[in-house]
Structures are given as structure tokens and as C-alpha cells.
Design a protein around this ligand. Structure first.
Ligand code: A3P
Length: 356
């Protein structure tokens, strides 16, 4: 499996196929534009507004467009593996772990030519909604990607096309995190990448919006719960991971991840320290100090270019303690307790999923 960036892959379709596809896209794009006129609006975090569609909040020009097009046009293949998460739950880290694990026979970890050392974490496999589909017209031939295709996405479970949700064989790795740390991470990120002219969003105001569910791809709790419930119905299709667990016992979870993706580590590989090598390669210290992650950029769309360095802040559990008042902690913990009540998802207790 090789690295592919969306810019590298152009559609080698016949003219008729291309025309039909373009017409289909045009029709969806029209629907998206029509929907935009009527959707509830709130103040945005990094864009002027967020709009609410089917219960979730999106930035209108990028995330909603991506979600709409994925929902209507993406066709899963049986071997696809998705990395899904609400924002700031550890996608960058998990993406590199998945890529390094899946490609461990193709690249030498000790070599300076390993793609993760040179291309930035997001180039190793694409964001389905936030990169490929939010750029309209799409110029990526997804059918040409090598199998198993790996895709990352932030879109809520209910937005995934049926070809993903009903496939008995494609897989979803979902990562979540203590919402207190998610909020702090998200607030910092949004303040740093905000579009020109969008005023700063004070922490307290952002906190209230987050608790109300008004955040990109929010409400956070609904995002987690929908994936969780789906995972209870089809446990073989899902691996549910918590950032905190991965931090605490990385080798245990990396081995489970490799097994889940159909590429378990052999005893010989374990003896040779391959698991540790991958963890070292993908560690916060290593990745955040690479030149490509200090100076490189991720071009998500014409309007949204993010410096790779923004994806590496502290990489710690519990940074919320440096920002929260007792009142804020109580409020968000109560929401979590109420929302997750009866679901089997308890923060501080391992989720009861056989894949965890
Ligand atoms: P903090 O802001 O709390 O530091 P995402 O990748 O989903 O956008 O999540 C970003 C969060 O993951 C940030 O958290 C970031 O620092 C952390 N992160 C990025 N790479 C990491 C790594 N290799 N190991 C641990 N955490 C990492």
C-alpha cells in the first residue's frame, strides 16, 4: 500500500461516465445550496456561522458540503477501513498508527524515507469529508486507491452512506476522549485556525456553546453515542478506543488495532520490537519535532489551510485542569453522565466492547 494524496489521483473515466457523475454531483450540490438557505444558524468558532443539519452543527461552506457529498455519493468497498471521530479526539495519532501498522512490510522504520517522516500525518490517508468531498468538483478517483482503502472522517454515524453502515465487512475504528480535554483542545485549535475577520471566541462562551452541542460536528455526546450504539449492534465491525486508554497502554491497544485491521503482529515481529518501533515513530515527541510537521501545511480546501503544527499541541491527558473552574467541571461531567446514562459508555471505566 503506498501513500496517495488527493492531488495525485485523477479520474481516468470515459467522457460519458464523467458527465453522468458530474450531473449527479451538480444535483447534490444544488440540494446542499438549497438546504443552506433554510438551516438554523449560530455563531461559528472559526467560521462566521455554524448551521444545524439533521441534528448536527457544521461549518456551512466546508464540513456540511463534505458531509452532504459523502452521504450521497461515496460507495464503500468491502475492504475499506474508516477512522471516525469527533474533532480533537486523537485522529492524527491514530491515523499514523494505522498507516504505519498497515504498511509495515513496505517501509523500513529506521529509514529517513518513511512517508510519515516526510509527508505529514494527513497525507498518509485522506479525510473523506474534510478533504476529498468538500472540494467540489471532486477530482479524486477513489476506486483507484489501493486496497484496503483507509479513510478518516469526522462525520456523524447517521451521515455515513448505507454502503458503509450495511456492509458486513468494512470496518470502523472510532476514537473518543474525555469531553473536557476535547473542549480545551478544540478551543485552542479553532482560535488558531480561525478565518480572517472572525472575532476571538472567549473560552467561557465557547464552553457554553460546546455544552449546548453547538460545535463543529457537535453535539459531541451524540456523535459518540451514535457510533457506540451501532458498535453494540455490530461489534465485529467496530473497534472503539479511548485516547486515554491508548496513552496508558499503547502497545496493548496497538496490538488489538493490528488484529482488528486484519494485520496482527506475529510473535517474531513482537520479539523484534516492531510494536515499539511503530509507537516510537508515531509518538508525539517524534512527530511534533519533524520538520514537515513544524513547517508543512494541510490544504483542506481553497478556504482552509491548516499548519501541520496545529495538530500537535500538548498531547496530554487532563490539560482541562489548567482551564476549568469547579463549576465548569461539574456542568460538563453532569452532561456526560446524563447523556451516557444506561448506554454502557462510562467515562473512567473501560467501554464494555469486546474489541476494546
Ligand atoms: P491536545 O490539544 O490536547 O494536545 P486530532 O488529531 O483528532 O485533531 O486531535 C488532536 C489532539 O491529539 C491534540 O491534543 C494533539 O496534541 C494530540 N496528538 C496529536 N498527535 C499525537 C500523538 N502522536 N500522540 C498523542 N497525542 C497526539
Amino acid at each position: 500500500m503506498a501513500t496517495l494524496s488527493s492531488q495525485q489521483i485523477h479520474i481516468p473515466k470515459t467522457n460519458n461516465e464523467k458527465e453522468d457523475r458530474e450531473k449527479d454531483y451538480e444535483a447534490t450540490y444544488q440540494k446542499y445550496n438549497e438546504a443552506l438557505q433554510t438551516l438554523p444558524k449560530e455563531r461559528g468558532w472559526m467560521s462566521e456561522h455554524l448551521v444545524q443539519y439533521q441534528g448536527y452543527w457544521f461549518s456551512p461552506k466546508s464540513a456540511l458540503k463534505g458531509a452532504f457529498l459523502v452521504q450521497h455519493h461515496f460507495k464503500a468497498q468491502p475492504t475499506d477501513i474508516f477512522l471516525s471521530a469527533y474533532m480533537k479526539c486523537g485522529t492524527t495519532w491514530l491515523r499514523t498508527l494505522m498507516f504505519a501498522t498497515m504498511n509495515r512490510s513496505s517501509y523500513d522504520f529506521s529509514s529517513q524515507s518513511h512517508p510519515l517522516l516526510n509527508t505529514g500525518p494527513h497525507a498518509c490517508f485522506p479525510f473523506l469529508d474534510a478533504s476529498i468531498y468538500q472540494n467540489y468538483p471532486i477530482n479524486t478517483d477513489l476506486d483507484a486507491l489501493p486496497s484496503p482503502r483507509l479513510f478518516a472522517t469526522h462525520i456523524p454515524y447517521t451521515f455515513l452512506p448505507q454502503s458503509v453502515t450495511t456492509s458486513s465487512s468494512c470496518k470502523i475504528v472510532y476514537i473518543w476522549r474525555d469531553p473536557k480535554d476535547v473542549f480545551i483542545s478544540l478551543w485552542h485549535f479553532m482560535e488558531r485556525i480561525k478565518q480572517k475577520g472572525v472575532p476571538p471566541l472567549p473560552l467561557k462562551e465557547a464552553f457554553d456553546m460546546f455544552c449546548e452541542g453547538v460545535s463543529h460536528y457537535g453535539p459531541f455526546w451524540d456523535h459518540v453515542l451514535e457510533y457506540w450504539k451501532a458498535s453494540l449492534e455490530s461489534p465485529e465491525k467496530f473497534m472503539f478506543l479511548r485516547y486515554e486508554d491508548l496513552k496508558k497502554e499503547p502497545s496493548i491497544y496497538l496490538k488489538k488495532l493490528a488484529e482488528f485491521m486484519g494485520q496482527p503482529f506475529s510473535l517474531e515481529e513482537e520479539r523484534e520490537g516492531v510494536v515499539q518501533e511503530i509507537l516510537k515513530l508515531c509518538s508525539f515527541e517524534n512527530l511534533s519535532n519533524l520538520e514537515v510537521n513544524k513547517t508543512g501545511v494541510l490544504r483542506l480546501s481553497d478556504e482552509l489551510v491548516v499548519h501541520n503544527s496545529e495538530f500537535f499541541r500538548k498531547g496530554k491527558v487532563g490539560d482541562w485542569q489548567n482551564y476549568f473552574t469547579d463549576e465548569m467541571k461539574e456542568k460538563i461531567d453532569l452532561i456526560t453522565e446524563q447523556k451516557f446514562n444506561g448506554s454502557g459508555l462510562n467515562f473512567g471505566v473501560n467501554p464494555q466492547n469486546s474489541n476494546c
